[in-house]
Design a protein around this ligand. Structure first.
Ligand code: BES
Ligand code: MN
Ligand code: MN
Length: 464
């Protein structure tokens, strides 16, 4: 489609500059100090949707951060695509490890992105990927080729569990009615290996607290005679995996869907270099559950990881002390059929049961969500596949991702439609890490591929 290329060529500098402006606002949903910035970002998104051609754009207030909703209804008899994305970002810490300030975007060339990549928190996750959809809408309305109806729903709490969005979706089924949900908030295998995400993992996130003596104690006077909460906590955590790296919580694997041999063979065909993987992370060996490949370990298998652990003295020098309390934050990535609330209960019961005498345990669930898998024979998948075929010149590979977007399973339950995950990020883009970036090439390729999805989805829907 020549006019797609022409429009992008003519407007790409502006497309990039608008994204840079958006990235300057620190919309960190986890930190209440940034509340004003999060709300301001919603306003900017609203204006951008209006400018791109949405007819009705609203800021929908919620008990948490607002949801920006916009739509362009061309003809009610045509199919409707619902676009979802998020305008909130992860905290940038540790700030010292950024080469340039996280909210002062700069474009730099990298080995993988010789055309340049935009370095800023949220550049890939998800402001950059969400904004591709806004610019794709602009392209379609300006060049008179929007073939169907479109609705946008952009939230500001994805990075903290999408609580308000769950409430919004449950209460607005009619408003959000659609034929397919389209999301760019995942990745692809490589720039020359396009892929469509067909699965997401579920999540159960908990915090644990171990309490020993009622106050911090001198480690000479009391050491060896009372349970040390940090010793106990680390021992308990270590026991959660066995020597094969299987998780030891009773019942944890009961509902895990086991893939057939042929499905596993299919997965193993995706291009992957273990050497390159290790090199990119500066590790001399991979590590994980016995009997599974690296790609299986990080997508179709459930996991348990400590995300943070603290307690006692961590300041400069040495302080001889036995802390009264020790803490850890633990995430469990789940696979389809595992229910996150059930897993949270299994974890809590098990963790309490393995505590030795002399300490008390508190387990606090944070948030969670179910996993998701989507078939590759749906209209949406086929439309996406044709779109990539046109823009990349290659058939995309279906790929299950290890990350989570918990709201997706709720979309299917409440709105009864399939979600297509067209992600354009790369694993090396460092989302959630210092120096997050998003390739300019990827950004523009997304803007090119999205209108093709609309075109094919509308065509396939008509022929159904
Ligand atoms: N966009 C990510 C999820 C993602 C990234 C999925 C790459 C697949 C590939 C999303 O913003 C995210 O970070 N999700 C969180 C869960 C959420 C409940 C905080 C995650 O996966 O840790
Ligand atoms: Mn995201
Ligand atoms: Mn994220």
């Amino acid at each position: 489609m020549q006019h797609i290329h022409t429009y992008i060529q003519e407007h790409k500098d502006r497309f990039i500059n608008e994204l840079l402006e958006l990235l300057k606002i620190p919309s960190i949903s986890a930190d209440s100090a940034y509340e004003k910035d999060v709300i301001k970002t919603a306003d900017v998104i609203k204006k951008s949707l209006e400018a791109a051609g949405c007819d009705a754009v609203e800021i929908c207030l919620t008990p948490g951060y607002p949801i920006v909703y916009g739509e362009k209804i061309v003809d009610p008899s045509l199919p409707t695509v619902l676009v979802y994305g998020h305008y909130d970002v992860q905290p940038p810490d540790p700030i010292d490890l950024w080469d340039s300030p996280p909210f002062e975007p700069v474009i730099k060339k990298t080995e993988i992105h010789p055309e340049g990549a935009i370095f800023a928190r949220g550049s890939c996750d998800d402001k950059g990927q969400m904004y591709m959809h806004v610019k794709a809408l602009e392209l379609m309305t300006e060049t008179d080729q929007l073939p169907c109806n479109v609705k946008f729903m952009i939230e500001g709490e994805e990075e903290v569990g999408s609580k308000s969005l769950s409430w919004f979706v449950e209460n607005n089924q009619e408003k959000l009615a659609n034929d397919v949900i389209l999301i760019s908030d995942t990745g692809m295998i490589a720039k020359d290996v396009p892929s469509i995400t067909t699965g997401l993992r579920g999540l159960s996130y908990v915090e644990v607290e171990v309490t020993g003596p009622n106050r911090d104690l001198h480690s000479g006077l009391y050491g060896g005679a009372v349970a040390n909460p940090i010793n106990v906590l680390t021992k308990m955590i270590a026991s959660l995996h066995d020597e094969n790296n299987h998780i030891t919580i009773p019942g944890f694997y009961d509902k895990v869907e086991n893939l057939s041999d042929s499905e596993r063979e299919q997965m193993a065909k995706a291009p992957f270099s273990l050497e390159a993987y290790k090199k990119a992370l500066d590790i001399n060996a991979v590590y994980g559950e016995k009997g599974y490949s690296t790609n299986e370990r990080n997508s179709i298998r459930p996991t348990l990881d400590v995300n943070g652990i603290w307690g006692g003295y961590t300041g400069e020098g040495a302080k001889t002390v036995i802390a009264s309390k020790a803490y850890a934050k633990i995430s469990m990535r789940l696979v389809p059929n595992q229910d996150w609330e059930e897993i949270t209960t299994l974890f809590k019961n098990h963790f309490e049961s393995i505590a030795p005498d002399g300490v008390t345990i508190k387990v606090t669930p944070h948030h969670g969500g179910q996993g998701y898998v989507t078939p590759i024979d749906s209209l949406g998948y086929q439309a996406a596949s044709s779109a990539y075929q046109d823009s990349f010149g290659k058939t995309p590979i279906p790929q299950r991702s290890g990350g989570s977007i918990p709201i997706v399973s709720l979309f299917e339950k409440e709105l009864k439609s399939k979600t297509i995950l067209m992600g354009f990020g790369l694993d090396s883009d460092a989302i959630h890490s210092p120096n997050e970036h998003f390739g300019v090439w990827n950004y523009l390729k997304g803007i090119e591929t999205i209108p093709l999805f609309y075109k094919y989805f509308t065509e396939l829907s008509k022929n159904k």
